[in-house]
Design a protein around this ligand. Structure first.
Ligand code: IFM
Length: 450
């Protein structure tokens, strides 16, 4: 027994990273449009104004997904394309784009998985305080309602937000992502609380507009795993996985998922920030804890963990010369076994891996093809671990490779290539990499050929 028969295989993108058309058809500004204008913010001085020009070339991209054999495609909508001011009047042309995209996916027999928010926050709302504003949860829910009403007759999989760890932590704590302004911990914790409230209200709005749709969320995590598979190391890895680190609280998996699935923040968060936690209203946890159908988890890597002598845990130093990707991220396939397993055990919910992949220094070879054996090897190792998790009883529903095409990698601009499809950003030519043909066979055999 491997993956379930109805397991879905696909790829994933995000609006700002591929769409382009940043100033077309009535779209409003996002914080990323503004951030990219600030000198020094983006490694190669570029921006997402055009990116992969997917707004115009979406049909070509859907054809390519069909050629690879995708069963599902996860993408996000640009909030200010739908609501140029973040709230208020709707931009019909923006909605029309997602209508066309969804229709084209369905015509190609590809199931759309729609993420409502993947970081391109309306600039107009940022000017009103963004996620610190007490109205921010409702702003998000109103936007969710508009999308669910318009697309819910055809879209049956909704994910509210992508990687809150990043659009709060990397943006407002590390300041590497838009809007790149450091806020004190009490404000970032307040933002996190509003994001979670917005998620809960959005779930209610989606359920009301599209009652037969499945709803989830896509956080990320460092998927720590046991160094040896002894009971002690497994327990130590579990502790590390759900722990909250004072220096990087927003990276924690439990900060985001415990309120949703367990009805409260992890105790450790209250212990670490007793004076800085937001006021939690009597109804807040009920709103945040709306029942979900699926946990979409993004997993790229983790660290090996060992039990210490006091019932705690220690991280194991990585071996000399350990493998890493072009983005300098470690290659740790076990993350795709232990991550889903720990999450499923803790939260008792079906899981889809809504992002996994790597950046490689891909080039077009003299034969006109793009050979990416490192990507194939990486995915092979990770998917074997995912299959092991399925075989050990973890309820896994899908896998989405990040990313469909090479794209705009946020603060790194176009200096990283995460796609299974090569994109020439000058000509907009797409070339399927070797890994795309390899992935096609994985999909055709439902992972049995691994
Ligand atoms: O490009 C990002 C994506 O937007 C969110 N998850 C990680 C990817 C690779 O860095």
């Amino acid at each position: 027994m491997g993956f379930r028969k109805d397991f879905v295989w696909g790829g994933v993108t995000a609006s700002y990273q591929i769409e382009g058309a940043a100033y077309e058809d009535g779209k409003g500004l996002s914080v990323w449009d503004m951030f990219c204008k600030e000198p020094g913010r983006i490694a190669d001085g570029t921006n997402g104004d055009v990116a992969c020009d997917h707004y115009h070339l979406y049909q070509k991209d859907v054809d390519i997904m069909g050629e690879i054999g995708y069963q599902a495609y996860r993408f996000s909508a640009t909030w200010p394309r739908i609501l140029p001011e973040g709230t208020g009047p709707v931009n019909e042309k923006g909605l029309d784009f997602y209508d066309r995209l969804v229709d084209s996916l369905l015509a190609a027999d590809i199931q759309p998985w729609l993420t409502l928010f993947h970081w391109d926050y309306p600039y107009a709302l940022f000017r009103r305080g963004g996620w610190t504003n007490p109205s921010s949860p409702q702003w998000f829910a109103d936007y969710a309602q508009i999308l669910a009403k318009r697309l819910g007759d055809r879209v049956k999989r909704f994910l509210t937000i992508n990687e809150p760890q990043c659009f709060i932590g990397i943006a407002y704590d590390d300041t590497v992502h838009a809007p790149g302004i450091h806020f004190p911990i009490w404000d970032t914790l307040l933002m996190a609380h509003h994001v979670l409230l917005g998620h809960g209200l959005a779930v209610q709005a989606i359920r009301a507009a599209a009652p037969d749709a499945l709803v989830g969320i896509s956080p990320t995590c460092s998927a720590h795993y046991p160094d040896t598979e002894t009971a002690e190391d497994i327990e130590a890895a579990r502790q590390a996985f759900f722990d909250v680190d004072k220096g990087a609280p927003f990276w924690s998996a439990s900060l985001w998922s415990d309120p949703i699935f367990k009805g409260d923040y992890p105790k450790k968060l209250y212990e670490l920030f007793p004076e800085h936690m937001p006021n939690i209203g009597p109804d807040d946890m009920r709103i945040i804890g709306q029942p979900l159908d699926i946990l979409g988890q993004n997993i790229y890597n983790g660290k090996a963990v060992r039990a210490d002598s006091k019932g705690g845990y220690v991280f194991v130093e990585r071996e000399k010369g350990y493998p890493f990707t072009a983005a300098k991220w470690p290659v740790t396939p076990k993350a795709l076994y232990w991550g889903p397993r720990f999450l499923a055990e803790a939260y008792q919910i079906p899981i889809a891996i809504t992002e996994n992949g790597l950046s490689c220094p891909d080039v077009v070879s003299l034969d006109g093809k793009v050979h990416d054996p490192i990507r194939i090897d990486f995915l092979h190792r990770y998917l074997l671990e995912l299959r092991r998790a399925a075989e050990d009883g973890v309820d896994l529903r899908g896998y989405f490779h990040w990313c469909v095409t090479d794209n705009f990698e946020w603060a790194k601009g176009f200096t990283e290539r995460f796609g299974m499809v090569y994109c020439d950003f000058e000509t907009q030519e797409r070339i399927l990499k070797d890994s795309a043909y390899w992935y096609r066979e994985v999909i055709q055999t439902n992972g049995e050929n691994l």
